[in-house]
Design a protein around this ligand. Structure first.
Ligand SMILES: Nc1ncnc2c1ncn2[C@@H]1O[C@H](COP(=O)(O)OP(=O)(O)OP(=O)(O)O)[C@@H](O)[C@H]1O
Length: 243
C-alpha cells in the first residue's frame, strides 16, 4: 500500500466570511509524517477537515494523488480529538466498521478487529461498550478503528491527548510501526516534543498560514534542541525554555 501525495495550493478557508487559513501552500509526500503544531485557534483542525474533504475551501486547490478532493474517502481517514465511537456498538463492532466499508467478509471482520484491539493493548475488552471503557481506552479503540481500514492517509487530531505518559509512548511506537507500511500521516499536536519525535517535518501554523517548516532527520529517538528552539521561536515562545 502506498500513501497518498497531498497538495494544497493557495488555499483559503473561511467561516462565515472570516478567513482562518489564507493562501496556504503545503505538500505532503507519500508516506511522509507531517506534524502540524500552532497556537490554539490558528486553524490546525480546519486544515485536517479540508484534507479529509469535510470542509470546502473558499479559494485554492486541494489534491490527493493529483485528484481534486471533493469529499470524504476511506483512503483519507480522520481520527477526531473527541470521542467518536458509536456508543451502542462494542469495541469489536466499532473497529469492524471500516472493514465492512472495505467489503471484508463478515466472518473475517471480527478476527481482524480483535487483532487490532490486541495491538493497541485491549485484548479481552472486545465486547465492552464505549461507556464501560476509560477515556484512554476509548481513544485506543478509535486508533484501532482508524488503522483497521488501512487508509492511505491518516489525519490525526491530537490522537494522544487523553492518554497517560506510558500509554502515549506505546501508541507512538505502534504508529511508528504502521508508518513503516507507507501510510501518509498528518498529525496535529500541541506537544512540540511529540511533533519533533514523530514528524519527518514539523509545520508551524500561525495567523492565516504557515510560519515555519522544519525537517527532522531519522532516527528520532531524542529531540534535537536546535530544532526545538526553532519550532518554539515560530510559536512565539521564549527559546530558553528547552528543558
Ligand atoms: N464551524 C465553525 N464556525 C465558525 N468558526 C469556526 C468553526 N470552526 C472553527 N472555527 C474558528 O476557526 C478558528 C480555527 O479553528 P480550528 O479548530 O481549526 O483551530 P485549531 O488550531 O485546531 O485550535 P485548537 O488547537 O484549539 O484545537 C478558530 O478561531 C475557531 O473559533
Amino acid at each position: 500500500m502506498t500513501g497518498l501525495a497531498l497538495h494544497l495550493e493557495d488555499v483559503t478557508v473561511t467561516y462565515g466570511g472570516k478567513a482562518v487559513l489564507t493562501g496556504l501552500d503545503l505538500d505532503v509526500a507519500p508516506g511522509e509524517i507531517l506534524a502540524v503544531t500552532g497556537a490554539s485557534g490558528c486553524g490546525k483542525s480546519t486544515l485536517l477537515r479540508v484534507l479529509a474533504g469535510l470542509l470546502p475551501v473558499a479559494a485554492g486547490t486541494v489534491r490527493a494523488d493529483g485528484e481534486p478532493v471533493r469529499g470524504t474517502s476511506p483512503d483519507r481517514a480522520l481520527m477526531f480529538q473527541d470521542d467518536a465511537l458509536l456508543p451502542w456498538r462494542t469495541a469489536r463492532a466499532n473497529v469492524a466498521l471500516p472493514l465492512a466499508i472495505r467489503g471484508v467478509p463478515r466472518a473475517e471482520r471480527a478476527v481482524r478487529a480483535d487483532a487490532w484491539l490486541a495491538r493497541v493493548g485491549l485484548a479481552g475488552l472486545e465486547r465492552r461498550l464505549p461507556r464501560d471503557l476509560s477515556g484512554g481506552q476509548r481513544q485506543r479503540v478509535q486508533l484501532a478503528r482508524t488503522l483497521a481500514g488501512a487508509p492511505r492517509t491518516v489525519l490525526m487530531d491530537e490522537p494522544f491527548g487523553a492518554l497517560d505518559a506510558q500509554t502515549r509512548h506505546g501508541m507512538q511506537r505502534l504508529l511508528a510501526e504502521v508508518w513503516d507500511t507507507g501510510t501518509t500521516v498528518v498529525l496535529v499536536t500541541h506537544d512540540v516534543d511529540e511533533a519533533l519525535l514523530l514528524g519527518d517535518r514539523v509545520a508551524v501554523l500561525g495567523e492565516g498560514g504557515l510560519t515555519e517548516l522544519v525537517e527532522v532527520a531519522r532516527p528520532r529517538t531524542v529531540v534535537d534542541p536546535s530544532l526545538r528552539a526553532r519550532v518554539l521561536a515560530a510559536l512565539g515562545a521564549p527559546t530558553l525554555e528547552t528543558t
